[in-house]
Ligand binder design. Structure first.
Ligand SMILES: Nc1ncnc2c1ncn2[C@@H]1O[C@H](COP(=O)(O)OP(=O)(O)OP(=O)(O)O)[C@@H](O)[C@H]1O
Ligand SMILES: [Mg+2]
Length: 624
């Protein structure tokens, strides 16, 4: 309803006013009606009586033949209370006497004339004229003869005054009643609407800013049902806050699990859209966490991987059973490296019957794969090494016999000079074979205790091992080291470092070039007080891009897909640290790979090993 007020208070007021006005109006109408009908009944009696009295007095005057009395009687009756007019007519209705005014001028009204036949029949009659005027008429009869009619009209003014007084009293009483009850309703309405408004504001602020607890608990100012309602509301707010705190705790727990779990986690909805991922998953895909949300896996991952994972996710949605340890592998990242992921997908239910999301667990198994591979290779290398050592050992004895025999042959006097020349050449080659076998044996039978080694001997022995590769690549080797330079170290390990560096340089120098080996007494470049030996391996090979150089000391980092394990520099660094030493690298790679000579590229590895008088004790206290 358009005009009906919204507020309870005004609704109550409007309802009450309507009801009261209606009932007071009705009451006044009933009272007026009752009063009017009572006056009418009284008037009927009165008119009957007055008209009959007038008729009998006129009849008496006629009988006594004193017509003068008639006029007096009519005028007297006309002046009596409750009578406004009295008149006497002949049987035809002609006015003969009138209480006020001139009788000759007066005539009966049509309504009065119409009553004459009935008055003649009944003798007396009371009737109503237009304008709600009441009148009584009685026949004047003398000695059984109709002589005329006596007419008396009722004076209503007294009755009307009384009625008006009753109506005024009712109105005054009604106004007082309405005003008093309106005030009462307004007061009562306020006591309802104020707490309700308080509850309304409380509920609104609970919805708009649930974290803001400054408004609660709401004040309880009334101790009735509404007060109970506010108290219940306060208890509900407190329990909601408690539940929210519990929920927040759980959420923080889940968030920290998601953020810190050492596995990639992602959640996907039925439309295949990602709803949540953690940083590790984002690291695996190489896409920022925020860019995952709302996207599908094919938007984020290369096609074959996305298809595999998506397939697993759909399978989980269909079967509602987890899919475990799906192994995916490929190549990616910068620099490109092979990777292996183990993917599991499991259903996430919000109700026991509904799988709402599928959780994806991604485990980066690349390192494990690589270490398995490296282990396989190093086992192979160890076997090969042992085999090489045993072959070298076996070759040694026959070699010694051949050397002796060649010596005897060369000293045989009857041999022609040219043949002696060949024998000398054969002796030279056999010596080389002997040297290689000696070195191989030395390489694989490393002493477990540190000792003092001659740098020249150590460096030469390694270079000799690579002699044939150096030769076939046409590498120019520059040996720049002082004779008599010695170092207290684990010789086998330092030899391994050196062999790694030289091996890497040779790998990088596919187009020939120079290989410079330098060794000097020097000082620590970070702490000049520390003396020791610095040796460098420099090549004019391919060099390294900065993003490769960043990773070279990491285990399993290699750019040599098939031949490298990526352990060489990692192991070398460990050994150098064990000797309290330092290693640094400078490298330059020519941007254009098509440049043939690569004159400007190359790499320098520098290693500093301090004089370690107490190396043995620091390594192994028992060894002293
Ligand atoms: N002198 C060099 N010139 C250019 N790149 C080099 C040089 N030395 C090392 N690197 C780069 O560093 C990477 C790591 O070297 P590292 O010796 O640790 O492993 P690897 O040589 O690849 O394998 P492994 O030594 O196990 O056979 C190499 O793959 C190569 O890319
Ligand atoms: Mg290497």
């Amino acid at each position: 309803m358009r005009f009906w007020p919204r507020s309870i208070r005004w609704q109550m007021l409007a309802g009450l006013l309507l009801l009261e006005i209606l009932s007071i109006g009705l009451f006044a109408a009933l009272l007026t009606r009752q009063q009017t009908s009572r006056v009418y009944v009284r008037a009927q009696h009165w008119l009957t009586y007055e008209s009959q009295a007038l008729a009998s007095q006129i009849a008496e005057a006629l009988e006594k033949q004193s017509p003068g009395w008639i006029d007096t009687t009519v005028r007297t009756v006309g002046k009596s209370p409750n009578v406004s007019l009295a008149k006497a007519t002949d049987p035809a209705g002609n006015v003969l006497y009138l209480s006020k005014g001139d009788a000759d001028q007066a005539v009966l009204e049509p309504g009065e004339l119409a009553m004459i036949p009935e008055a003649k029949r009944n003798g007396t009659l009371v009737f109503t004229l237009p304008g709600n005027r009441w009148e009584g008429v009685s026949a004047i009869v003398t000695a059984g003869r109709l002589r005329g009619y006596a007419w008396v009209q009722f004076d209503k003014s007294a009755a009307e005054e009384q009625l008006a007084a009753i109506q005024t009293d009712t109105l005054v009483f009604g106004i007082i009643w309405v005003v008093a009850s309106a005030l009462l309703v307004l007061m009562m309405g306020r006591s309802i609407t104020r707490p309700l408004a308080l509850l309304h504001h409380g509920a609104t602020s609970l919805m708009t800013s649930p974290e803001d607890s400054s408004r609660f608990p709401l004040p309880v100012r009334v101790h009735n049902e509404i007060g109970d309602l506010i108290e219940t509301f306060n208890r509900m707010v407190a329990s909601l806050a408690e539940q929210r705190a519990g929920l927040n705790d759980t959420l923080s727990l889940l968030d920290s699990m998601l953020a810190n779990a050492p596995i990639g986690l992602a959640f996907v909805d039925r439309n295949g859209r990602v709803v949540r991922v953690n940083q590790i998953f984002a690291d695996l895909t190489g896409v920022a966490v925020s860019r995952h949300l709302g996207r599908t896996l094919p938007d984020l991952l290369p096609p074959p991987v996305a298809t595999e994972i998506d397939g697993a996710v759909q399978q989980v949605f269909l079967s509602e059973e987890p899919v475990r340890n799906l192994e995916l592998s490929g190549e990616g990242g910068k620099p490109r490296r092979p990777w292996t992921w183990l993917i599991s997908a499991y259903p996430v239910r919000t109700t026991p019957k509904q799988v709402r999301w599928v959780g994806i667990i991604a485990l980066d198994a690349s390192d494990r794969k690589r270490s398995e591979e490296a282990l396989r290779r190093s086992e192979k290398l160890a076997v090969t090494g042992r085999l090489a050592a045993s072959i070298a050992h076996e070759i040694n004895n026959p070699l010694e016999a051949i050397t002796n025999l060649l010596f005897l042959l060369r000293n045989t006097s009857e041999l022609p000079d040219a043949t002696k020349q060949y024998v000398t050449m054969a002796e030279y080659e056999v010596r080389r074979i002997a040297e290689i076998t000696q070195q191989t044996l030395r390489f694989y039978r490393q002493p477990t205790q540190p000792g003092r080694v001659t740098m020249e001997e150590l460096l030469d022995s390694v270079l000799n091992l690579f002699q044939s590769r150096i030769h076939s690549l046409d590498l120019q080797v520059e040996r720049d080291y002082d004779a008599g330079l010695t170092l207290f170290c684990f010789a086998g390990e330092i030899r391994q470092v050196f062999a790694n560096l030289v091996g890497n340089s040779i790998d990088a120098s596919s187009n020939g070039g120079r290989l410079v080996i330098r060794a000097r007494r020097s000082r620590d470049w970070r702490n000049p007080a520390q003396t020791g030996i610095r040796f460098a391996v420099a090549d004019t090979g391919a060099g390294m891009e900065p993003d490769v150089r960043e990773h070279i000391f990491e285990a399993f980092f290699t750019t040599k897909e098939v031949t490298g394990t990526g352990l060489g520099l990692w192991v070398s660094q460990e050994i150098i640290l064990k000797h309290h030493g330092l290693v640094r690298v400078r490298s330059r790679s020519v941007a254009r790979p098509d440049e043939p000579a690569r004159k400007n590229s190359g790499t320098v590895f520098e290693v500093f090993i301090p004089d370690n008088a107490n190396l043995a004790s620091s390594m192994n206290p028992a060894a002293d």
